[in-house]
Write a new protein. Structure first.
Length: 423
């Protein structure tokens, strides 16, 4: 996915262009957007307060001091921040959008399935936060002076779902299972990742010699010539980073870009990096690893695994089939249902049927939604919500080297099995 900081950077530049074209005559008093509205849109993308200037969103989330939201400060409107980026459950329209889009484009899926039911039956009620340590609303509340009359401590107005004889549970579980399946078959598929590694290498080869024009973000006037790796500091430069950057490299006559062009030709010929080995890490509950040798493998850094693979080679360094560390890419992949090893449904809140009639009351009188007990749907749950895999790719197109890297990898696996026991 695209980093939220870069989404905000792009949004700022696009909205600046939009506002340059706005004139008082082109707007009426009803449709005009205020500064608070622009900030609110950005806060919805982030799912909470914007970071202070100079800090990334990730850094801001780790900070002990939490800022306040500006766009919609009313506590009764806090659920609006859960529509695009739902920090409580991870069930939001952003995920629905890309799961539907990619399912249709990549897999030929049709229809909206459970997502239509989820959207059409969503409602707003009070619910207890399932993850107060990471929830910006809970962390902010813990810093503020609490009113003794506040009877909703630890509760939020959030998007919840009616409990219709367990049918909504099925829809929500299907949504999170869909997320897992898309990551398995599309986003982190071995071919997808091989292509990603190859494109990254093409850009790294081009980075010292290719420049992207953009204005200095501090004064907005000084024209800069930025390398690809620094283009994100200027919105003008960042917005030029599209798929066409590969065409610019391909059409360039710059001799220093020849290595990048050669690798790009391999990419266009679909001569992708080859995955030569894969090991699934067994875990009955998705938390503890079942076999000691697999735990040892998983605890190694990717660079350490790569070095150990090369050490298994019995070939001399000057042998043409002898692999080097540069030839080897090691990937430790973790895919899950949305909450790592935990059940994401536990952070979704449901309303029992006898409380649905209270949804028309004032915000402070809305009913309280509850977590659905796992015991009611244990048979429908996957055995594990997290899957770990170690993969090895070979950059070198030589078939002999690819075969040798594969042999060395499985020799490393055999060594670990003998040392710790297991199969």
């Amino acid at each position: 996915g695209v980093d939220s900081d870069q989404i905000i950077l792009s949004y700022d530049e696009i909205s600046n262009f939009s506002r340059r074209d706005l004139t008082p005559l082109a707007l009426d008093e009803v449709n005009i957007l205020t500064s608070r509205d622009w900030i609110f849109i950005k806060e919805c993308i982030v799912g909470g307060p914007l970071p202070p200037k100079g800090k990334s969103i990730a850094e801001s989330k780790k900070s002990n001091r939490i800022s306040s939201v500006i766009g919609r400060r009313d506590r009764f409107k806090e659920f609006l921040y859960h529509v695009v980026a739902n920090g409580h459950s991870g069930l939001d329209v952003d995920k629905m959008d890309y799961l539907l889009r990619d399912g249709r484009r990549a897999l030929g899926e049709s229809g909206k399935g459970s997502m239509t039911m989820i959207m059409e039956n969503s409602c707003v009620a009070w619910g207890k936060c399932g993850n107060p340590a990471k929830c910006w609303e809970c962390r902010k509340a813990s810093q503020d002076i609490k009113l003794s009359s506040d009877k909703r401590d630890g509760y939020h107005l959030m998007i919840v779902y009616p409990d219709k004889e367990g049918r909504m549970i099925d829809n929500v579980m299907e949504f999170f299972a869909n997320r897992f399946q898309k990551h398995q078959t599309i986003y982190t598929h071995s071919t997808t990742n091989a292509a990603c590694y190859q494109i990254c290498d093409i850009l790294l080869l081009a980075d010292p010699y290719l420049r992207i024009p953009g204005f200095d973000p501090d004064d907005g006037k000084t024209l800069l010539q930025l390398p690809l790796s620094r283009a994100m500091i200027s919105a003008d430069s960042y917005l030029l980073l599209k798929d066409s950057i590969l065409d610019i490299i391909a059409f360039s006559q710059e001799p220093k870009l020849q290595p990048a062009r050669d690798l790009l030709k391999r990419f266009h010929a679909r001569d992708l990096y080859k995955m030569v080995g894969q090991q699934h890490i067994a875990s009955t509950n998705g938390k503890e690893i079942d076999y000691e040798w697999q735990e040892e493998l998983w605890d190694m850094k990717e660079s350490e695994i790569g070095k150990n693979i090369i050490k298994c080679s019995a070939l001399a360094e000057n042998d043409r089939n002898a692999p080097t560390e540069v030839d080897v890419i090691v990937e430790k992949r973790s895919i899950h249902h949305g909450m790592k090893e935990d059940n994401p449904v536990n952070n979704v809140r449901f309303l029992s049927k006898n409380l649905l009639s209270k949804l028309r009351k004032n915000p402070d009188e809305l009913p309280e939604a509850e977590r659905y007990p796992e015991s009611e749907y244990t048979a429908k749950m996957p055995r594990s919500f997290l899957q770990r895999t170690v993969r090895v790719y070979c950059r070198n197109p030589d078939g002999g080297i690819q075969d040798h890297v594969e042999t060395c990898y499985y020799q490393l696996i055999t060594q670990l099995q003998k040392r710790f026991g297991g199969a």
